[in-house]
Design a protein around this ligand. Structure first.
Ligand code: C5P
Length: 401
């Protein structure tokens, strides 16, 4: 399965900040995703780490000077500027930011930026006083005006001992911005509500009824929608997945909690995708105390949970704002027939059916094989894909709707 960054030419500019040590891992991640990474270091950066580290990780020579007597390459700043798809400068010091804002070209990195038509992404990293200084603020505003993406630094304890904004952001956030820069923003300004994961229906303080949903499909939908520019709210049941940067996540446990949160967000949403495996039933009584082995109870009385998706399908009938409503169905037999019935019964625009009997699709695996049924009779059988690619194909259909 191909990576979005495969063959992308990323020029990684590194400037003189102690946060350099974090970027060592970033370069490794980019190379793992098959990006072609070339590193340019400012003179100050070479005082912290030698180019050898980055050369070994990127598999390419590291550029440190515009005037390298041993350099066989002609006008390196022009060649590097021309070939790059993306220039990422991280960490970016106040000095480099000032140089870029003023169009200076006295070192290799700033000359490359001036000569390039590539997308440019900057991670300002410095002491909080320096970051908050009006000169830096002004310089960053200028860079934004040039169309550069400025990734806001994080706040917290800094290497200099002070606390405040100026820390290099964590990789998941920067990684997301990089992917975003290579993705069409066709969901921009759309408000999207997604549910993911299982629900846990308590039996007593230590036991619950659950299911095998890992939440991977819903999280892939949330990550890719956010990457395509949407404003995403994720209502997530209990899962073991890392939080998604830039996605507002509301954690719930039970179907009733999910029901409550989904109804709360429903009016604002333009698109709702219900990828959660909501428990259809819950124990009628939740015992206050742990049920003892010796207790004679051997049966559990179950009562139905609200069908959230069904309810949304009813609510849309009186809603003024347009809505795209998408459901998932996990089926073990008669997929298409069952799917058509559900699409109609729940008043949906699109239904993704997965065959839970296939080993490579459905619960707790990284791949999925789904069939998409649409309200207008459309039927698209997707091949075996990663959950992320499956999510992208679902968004393609939603965008058409
Ligand atoms: O009818 P079935 O449970 O197969 O439908 C699955 C779809 O309905 C999924 O999109 C799921 O998130 C949603 N659902 C729901 N509330 C329930 C049960 C299912 O929203 N109680």
């Amino acid at each position: 399965m191909s990576s979005l960054l495969a063959e992308k030419k990323i020029l990684f500019g590194i400037t003189g900040s102690i946060a350099i040590y974090k970027t060592v891992d970033w370069i490794r991640s980019l190379v793992k995703e098959e990006a072609q990474v070339k590193v340019v270091m400012t003179e100050a950066a070479t005082r912290f780490v030698t180019g050898l580290t980055f050369a070994a990780l990127s598999g390419n020579r590291v550029y440190e000077s515009m005037f390298d007597p041993l350099d066989q390459e002609l006008i390196p700043h022009i060649n590097l500027a021309r070939e790059a798809d993306l220039i990422l400068i991280a960490p970016a010091t106040a000095q480099t930011i000032a140089r870029l804002a003023h169009g200076l070209a006295e070192d290799l990195l700033s000359a490359i930026v001036l000569a390039s038509r590539a997308k440019i992404m900057i991670c300002p990293t410095m002491n909080s006083q320096m970051y908050n200084h009006p000169a830096t603020k002004q310089n960053l505003a200028t860079l934004k005006k040039y169309g550069y993406t400025v990734i806001e630094p994080e706040s917290g304890l800094m290497a200099c001992g002070e606390e405040g904004p100026g820390r290099l952001p964590e990789w998941p956030m920067v990684h997301k911005k990089i992917l975003e820069s290579f993705t069409p923003q066709d969901l921009r300004d759309k408000s999207i509500l997604i549910t993911a994961g299982p629900t846990h229906e308590p039996i007593d303080p230590v036991r619950f009824l659950g299911n095998r949903s890992s939440g991977k499909m819903g999280y892939a939908l949330a990550a890719t929608a956010s990457r395509r520019g949407a404003d995403v709210t994720l209502v997530s049941g209990p899962v073991n997945l890392a939080p998604l940067p830039g996605v507002k996540t509301i954690q719930v446990k039970t179907a009733r909690e999910m029901h409550h949160e989904v109804l709360n967000c429903f009016n604002d949403a333009d698109i709702v995708i219900k990828a959660a495996a909501v428990a259809d039933f819950r124990p009628e009584i939740e015992a206050d105390q742990k049920i003892k082995k010796s207790d004679s109870a051997t049966s559990l009385n179950l009562i139905p949970n609200p069908d959230i998706l069904f309810e949304l399908g009813q609510l849309r009938k009186t809603r003024k704002k347009p809505l795209v409503l998408v459901g998932f169905a996990a089926e073990s037999d008669n997929h298409l027939e069952e799917g058509r019935r559900k699409l109609k019964e729940k008043n949906l625009d699109l239904l993704a059916i997965n065959d839970i009997m296939a080993a490579d699709s459905g619960f707790d695996v990284d791949t999925n094989r789904i069939t998409l049924l649409s309200r207008n009779g459309g039927e698209e059988e997707l091949p075996l894909l990663s959950k992320e690619e499956t999510a992208m194909r679902i968004w393609d259909q939603v965008v058409k709707l």
